[in-house]
Design a protein around this ligand. Structure first.
Ligand code: IPE
Ligand code: IPE
Ligand code: MG
Length: 248
């Protein structure tokens, strides 16, 4: 394992603890081939599998992938349905994560998802909860603003119950109320590196709180074409950046 890592990344590369990936460009990938968009999503799901495994091999501890945003409901119903079907099909086949000892958790508002999908999400979370080689967070019906609103509501409930006083609401209290902190026994650290393929240079409501000091890596490659070597290139560039966190 250690030897593997050495062979893949230059000696001394600083590997980010937490990588966020905005898996974008599936539709354009399909369009270029005159295929329906849903085939782009299917191809993107394959890339997700390959890249997640590769991140683990490189020693990344947390990977968060943006699979469906709170804004993606604006898409045509048949595309939304195809995506939900794909998530379900994927979760049926998720045994490869079990083999890889990857813990899988979901972030986002589940209440709007179909029951059958929610059940599968819960079952995957349960069956992988003792794994610790890497934590994979899958963001489905996730929005950064929705997450902050959700955290504010949780804090307000605690104040109402008398468990917390308003003066005690600080950054830590808010952070500990986010979806990324609702993983039993674990709190995902701030995201270090955010990768967005497809040429767009925006967050699109992804991890707005956790990304306060993230580094960004943008590439024109469409997500279905994104290869393990592209992940390595992003990590090498990250490793060369000077993160000052406001200091000198
Ligand atoms: C990302 O690919 C997948 C989701 C948002 C679910 P897109 O579907 O956004 O692909 P483009 O941006 O249209 O190419
Ligand atoms: C962001 O991609 C959401 C996901 C990748 C799940 P979008 O394709 O929805 O983002 P915009 O609309 O280009 O900002
Ligand atoms: Mg897109």
């Amino acid at each position: 394992m250690a030897d593997n890592k050495k062979a893949l990344l230059p000696e001394g590369t600083k590997v980010p603890v937490h990588i966020g990936i905005i898996m974008d460009g599936n539709g354009r990938w399909a369009k270029k081939r005159m295929l329906p968009r849903k085939l782009g999503h299917r191809e993107g799901a394959q890339t997700f599998r390959t890249i997640t495994r590769h991140a683990k091999l490189l020693g990344v501890r947390y990977v968060t992938v943006y699979a469906f945003s709170t804004e993606n409901w604006r898409r045509p119903v048949d595309e939304v349905e195809a995506l939900m079907d794909l998530f379900e099909k994927y979760l049926d086949e998720v045994n490869d994560f079990v083999d890889e000892h990857i813990r899988v958790c979901f972030i986002g508002d589940r209440s709007m998802l179909r029951r059958s999908l929610r059940d599968k999400m819960e079952s995957v979370e349960k069956s992988s909860e003792h794994f610790d080689s890497m934590t994979l967070l899958i963001a489905i019906n996730y929005g950064g603003r929705d997450e902050v609103v959700h955290a504010a509501k949780k804090l307000a409930e605690r104040v109402k119950k008398g468990e917390l006083s308003p003066e005690d609401i600080d950054e830590k209290a808010l952070n500990d109320s986010l979806y990324t902190a609702e993983l039993a026994g674990d709190i995902a650290p701030d995201v270090d590196l955010i990768i967005r393929p497809s040429g767009e240079q925006r967050l699109s409501n992804f991890m707005i709180w956790q990304a306060a000091y993230a580094e960004y890596y943008f590439t024109n490659i469409l997500w279905p074409d994104f290869k393990p070597a592209d992940l390595e290139a992003a990590i090498i560039e990250y490793s060369d950046r000077n993160r000052r966190f406001g200091g000198v």
